[in-house]
Write a protein that binds this ligand. Structure first.
Ligand code: F6P
Length: 520
């Protein structure tokens, strides 16, 4: 069973969209006035045990009350979810069905944390155990002293590891990991400067093991080891890939190849062996904690229905703003330094997944698909881009993320000010403020969703990632599109190859640029 065709395909999903387009849009203030229990009614809580066997829980609360979703909208979106075959699509996702019809594949990232068919979960556990053995062997010195790791990959083979390492390896990195993605040699040179070649491991992360940026960077990293007197540079390479045969061809010994399965998409691969640099930095126990947080969200997503399902509810809000209110962007502001790279990660997850113009069966969509995801960290962003959020002409739904427990050990004033500012921004966007002076007036009625984390630890990061994977999937189901292919990235790659080979007929502008840069 694949994804149902929602948009532009006639049928009941189109009828549900027609009903949604008829909705009235009451102001946020009116929604709060009509229902004093709105904050509780519109907050979802996902919790998991703090430690195995302990009664205490860690929770992620998501407050959707400052969105414009009212009862009528929620009911209509529930109708859309039903008409779009949400339940069957979700069953297909976790049951190994072909949810990526253009490539004839399942999408089995759930199995990486135990949410999939028994066979998929068993295979994922075996691969994880293999990765764990290598990580622990390296920590115990099996490859000699390893103090640094240069993790080379791009897109989904870099953004997740970079986010997780930045979030979780600040206080205590067992190995100092530098994630390098860009082909611009400056990126790799910066990593070289920070590492001692004698004690550096090179992790080459590439699902396909053919990506030109990654393979070029990997070759330069090996040369750097050799140029600096490392006796067996090849012996310092670990490959993380779904194409182990290509890694062998490239010269990596099989004992240092950590495979993952083809049905795990690049932007969904952090919990596969692509997470090896993360495990190297934080240890396997913390890596497994990340998986446990993701599994808690999987369990919620599989069990809850309609508006009770937090990722689906987030997708209702996304669809409401994008398709019914004309919002072209969605902003994400983490009031937490540890999540500074979350917007980058979400950009690939959401825009590469749902930035499409056709449905899963190839029909043209009849409305916008993914919004442009962007964002930054609070409070920094308040002093830079929030002017436009408060008084600009764009309506931009905002996600705020903040942790109740501080990540720092400084004067508690720091964290109190951080929390206060986060909450103040959501309140100000919604309330606005009239003024006789037009330049000083705030229109208000601007939406936000707040993710309140008990703590921003490994399990919470896993939970946030799984939440956004499922939100992205739910959005795709509601729009009837396939979130698991990315053909839009191919044309540029092909033209770059033509430029390299000198073959191909280029437009006059491109020819002139090539000539000016000596690329003819
Ligand atoms: O060009 C886009 C893309 O295919 C992404 O989907 C992927 O995450 C990235 O390139 C890297 O691909 P690979 O892991 O195969 O090197």
């Amino acid at each position: 069973m694949g994804l149902a065709d929602g948009i532009g395909n006639g049928g009941t999903a189109a009828a549900a969209w027609a009903e949604l387009r008829e909705l009235r849009h009451p102001a946020l203030a009116a929604l709060f006035a009509a229902d004093p229990d709105r904050p509780a009614a519109m907050t979802r809580r996902i919790a998991w045990p703090m430690e195995l066997g302990s009664g205490a829980e860690t929770a992620l609360r998501i407050d959707f009350s400052k969105t414009h979703l009212d009862d009528a909208a929620l009911a209509a979106f529930e109708g859309l979810a039903e008409a779009s075959g949400f339940t069957a699509a979700r069953d297909a996702l976790f049951g190994g069905g072909i949810v990526n019809p253009t490539e004839g594949r399942a999408a089995t990232h759930g199995a990486l944390r135990g949410s999939g068919t028994p066979a998929q979960v068993e295979e994922a556990e075996a691969l994880l155990a293999r990765m764990g053995m290598l990580v622990e062997a390296i920590h115990e010195g099996a490859l000699g002293e390893v103090r640094h790791c240069i993790a080379i990959g791009i897109g989904g083979s870099a953004l997740g590891p970079a986010l997780a390492i930045d979030a979780l390896a600040r206080d205590l990195a067992l190995v100092d990991v530098h994630v390098v993605s860009n082909i611009d040699g400056l990126a790799l040179e910066q990593a070289f400067r920070a590492c001692d070649p004698e004690t550096t491991l090179i992790a080459v992360a590439s699902k396909t093991f053919t990506t030109i940026e990654t393979m070029t960077n990997a070759a330069s990293a090996l040369k750097w080891l050799a140029d600096n007197g490392v006796e067996d540079p090849d012996g310092r390479v670990v490959a993380l890939t779904a194409s182990p045969e290509k890694a062998v061809e490239w010269g990596v010994d099989e004992t240092r190849i950590l495979p993952f399965v083809e049905s795990v998409g690049g932007r969904y691969s952090l919990f596969s062996s692509i997470g090896f640099p993360v495990a190297l930095a934080i240890g396997m126990d913390e890596f497994r904690a990340m998986l446990a947080g993701a599994k808690a969200v999987d369990d919620h997503f599989r069990a809850a229905d309609g508006r009770g399902n937090a990722p689906l509810l987030a997708a209702f809000a996304d669809q409401y703003y994008t398709r019914l209110r004309g919002c072209q962007t969605r902003a994400v502001f983490a009031y937490d330094e540890r999540l500074a790279l979350l917007p980058d990660y979400l950009q690939q997850l959401e825009m590469e997944s749902n930035g499409k113009s056709v449905t899963a069966s190839g029909a043209a969509v009849d409305g916008p698909t993914a919004a442009v995801t962007w964002g930054g960290v609070g409070t920094d962003a308040q002093h830079a881009v929030f002017q436009l959020l408060h008084q600009g002409t764009h309506l931009i739904p905002v996600d705020f993320l903040v942790s109740i427990a501080p990540g720092d050990d400084l004067d508690p004033a720091h964290h109190r000010i951080l929390l206060m500012n986060c909450f103040a921004q959501g309140a100000a966007l919604m309330a606005g403020q009239p003024s006789d002076d037009p330049a000083r007036a705030y229109p208000g009625d601007r939406p936000s969703t707040t993710f309140l984390m008990d703590d921003c630890d490994a399990a919470m990061l896993g939970a946030l990632i799984a939440f956004h994977e499922h939100r992205t999937f739910a959005n795709a189901v509601l729009m009837g599109i396939n979130p698991f292919d990315q053909f839009g990235v191919e044309l540029g790659k092909a033209i770059a190859k033509q430029i390299e080979s000198g073959e191909g007929d280029f437009d006059p502008s491109t020819k002139a640029l090539m000539a000016a840069a000596g690329l003819e």
